[in-house]
Design a protein around this ligand. Structure first.
Ligand SMILES: [Zn+2]
Length: 278
């Protein structure tokens, strides 16, 4: 493990460049060392560093940053702020009887971010997410609440001749025309899967903390026995993202990036392995 300054010395780059590699997502924090008074030291894995082509990554970052005036030297500060949030969060929730589920929600929220960012591992991560939601829901009924959001069917549409003509006249592709829901009752609609876009929403509010998680109906159907009895809502738009609120405000992108995936997985698997204490 190397500290930020050790990485800089070893690869003959500046500390700022190490921070850039981190904030642009090319380098992951392998471990976080916490000092007594809330300070943190970030540690990086030597084997991960050896796999990186640092000069070309730095060139990529320079290209992404564009002209110097829009560079953002605040990024690293924000990252440190995120670590401090983590510490405050963990300290604060200690006092709640729901501290375990709150911590688990914290890790789960960040895991979800990785699942969205890395399609190649998203299947595994979403499956882990589903197992954690199941355990939390079954063991903390009153704390984690669920509702059922009714979504549209997955369907395939063949435009009728009139609609094809109308779409051409509008200079629109058939797909675009269908997306705009401009098709008519004469068009042929085949339902591929009913309620494909339905979701189960999980919601938790304890003190100042709020978490919202979503899972596709099909994933929850495997273990949720009372799905039909849940309060129902309608899924209105596409933007059903998981949310976490710290001190009443949603957390920022940079905060989402601050926690290493390996740590999150470890914590969540640890939680899954626990036997319910009742
Ligand atoms: Zn039509």
């Amino acid at each position: 493990m190397l500290t930020s300054s050790e990485v800089a010395a070893k690869y003959k780059i500046s500390n700022r460049q190490v921070n850039d590699l981190l904030t642009y997502g090319y380098l992951n924090v392998a471990q976080v060392l916490r000092h007594e008074k809330r300070g943190v030291a970030l540690l990086f894995s030597e084997s991960e560093l050896e796999r990186l082509d640092i000069p070309s990554l730095l060139a990529e970052i320079r290209a992404k940053k564009g002209p110097a005036k829009i560079r953002n030297p605040m990024e690293f500060k924000k990252l440190l702020k995120a670590f401090n949030y983590h510490d405050r969060f963990m300290e604060d929730v200690e006092h709640y009887p729901e501290s375990e589920i709150l911590k688990t929600c914290f890790y789960l929220f960040h895991l979800n971010h990785y699942a969205k960012t890395y399609p190649e591992s998203s299947k595994d991560l979403y499956s882990l997410k589903s197992r954690v939601l199941k355990k939390m829901y079954q063991e903390h009924r009153g704390v984690l609440k669920a509702s059922y959001l009714l979504g549209p069917d997955r369907q395939r549409i063949w435009l009728c001749e009139d609609c094809k003509e109308a779409s051409r006249a509008a200079g629109m592709s058939y797909n675009k025309y269908i997306q705009n829901e401009s098709y008519c009752p004469k068009c042929d609609v085949q339902i591929l899967e009913r309620e494909y876009y339905s979701l189960v929403e999980f919601y938790l509010k304890v003190g100042d903390y709020r978490f919202v998680f979503h899972t596709p109906r099909s994933l929850a159907a495997g273990w949720m026995k009372d799905m039909q009895e849940l309060p129902q809502g309608t899924r209105k738009a596409d933007r059903y993202q998981d949310k976490m609120y710290l001190y009443g405000r949603p957390i920022s992108n940079i905060e989402e990036k601050a926690f290493p995936l390996a740590m999150l997985k470890e914590k969540l698997i640890e939680y899954l392995d626990q036997v319910a204490d009742e």
